[in-house]
Structures are given as structure tokens and as C-alpha cells.
Design a protein around this ligand. Sequence first.
Ligand SMILES: Cc1cc2nc3c(=O)[nH]c(=O)nc-3n(C[C@H](O)[C@H](O)[C@H](O)COP(=O)(O)O)c2cc1C
Length: 170
Amino acid sequence: MVCDRDREVPAEVIDRLCELATWAPNHKRTWPWRFAAFSGDGRLRLGEACCQDLIDSGSTDEAKLAKVATKYARTPTVLVVGCAADDHPTFHDENRDAVAAGIQNLLLGATAEGLASFWSTAPVLEGARTLELCGFEPGVRIIGMIYLGWSADASLASERPPVAVRHITR
Ligand SMILES: Cc1cc2nc3c(=O)[nH]c(=O)nc-3n(C[C@H](O)[C@H](O)[C@H](O)COP(=O)(O)O)c2cc1C
């Protein structure tokens, strides 16, 4: 994604996008999504927490740790989206589906607002330090680290292979 690194994304815009996420389908209305938005120096604190979780999980890859420490400062905001656990295995799985659908709502909303976005995977999906910094309860899985910034490039998204749809009518 190409974005204007110097232009902040207002908190109201982030709140609106998170509200949009909550309109995703959600079996049993468990409201599984959790959101924490990082900007300013908060992005470096997020990097530090992720590094610590990597170290706690046994990582000794210095190059990776150095990258993770600073990479969240590449865009004005990084939104961490988590998914609550559920005791029931089916609802546990479906919570994740609902959160993923919510993230897609959020990404479409971001595009409509003129924001560039990028969905990436957390270095550690259930890292205790990162969950604590985000204010998420234990057991939450991090589903996405969403980079957000005002788009500085009017180019279209990358192309897709042609879609194959089989229509069976009788
Ligand atoms: C659950 C999920 C996790 C992803 N994690 C990463 C990631 O960690 N790093 C990465 O380069 N792309 C990741 N992607 C892919 C990008 O978000 C993006 O879809 C991909 O680069 C293709 O770009 P395009 O959608 O603009 O064609 C992830 C996508 C999903 C759905």
C-alpha cells in the first residue's frame, strides 16, 4: 500500500470503521471482535510488545526482531483486530469467521473513506504482551494487524484471475 505517512487518521474515522465491522454476520450474536488502534509512539510500543512475545515464544532471529520493532510505524495507524474465544467449538470457529467478515467490511469502508489498507498477520497470534497492551482478555486470537493511512496512490488494486462460477439451474 502507498499512503501519506505524515497525515494522521482521525480517531473518529477509526471508530466508524470498527463500527462498520460489527455489522458482519455473527452466529449467536457473540460480538467476538476486539479492536485496538495504535498511532504515534503507540505504534512503537506495539512493535516492542510483539518483539517480546516473539522472544517469549523462543525467537532468536535478530533481523526479524529488529524489523518487527519498527514496522508498525510504516503507516499512521495500525489497527489490531482480535477475536474472542468461545467454550463451544463451533462458535469458537464461527467467531473467527465473523471477525474476518467484519475486517472485510472495515477494509471496504476504509477504501470508501479514501484510505489505503493492508491486512497482515500478527507475529504471535496470542502473544500475552500484545494482548495486554491491546486491552484484550486472555484467549483472544489476533486475526489481523490492519495498516491504515490516507491513500497517496490512485492506482487500482492488483488484478485477479478470471472468476469461474458454475451456474446449475436444473
Ligand atoms: C488473514 C490474512 C492474513 C494476511 N497476512 C499477510 C501478511 O502477514 N503479510 C502479507 O504480505 N500479506 C498478508 N495477507 C495478504 C494481504 O493482505 C493482501 O491481500 C495481499 O498482499 C494481496 O494484495 P491485494 O489484495 O492488493 O491483491 C494476509 C491476508 C489475509 C486475508
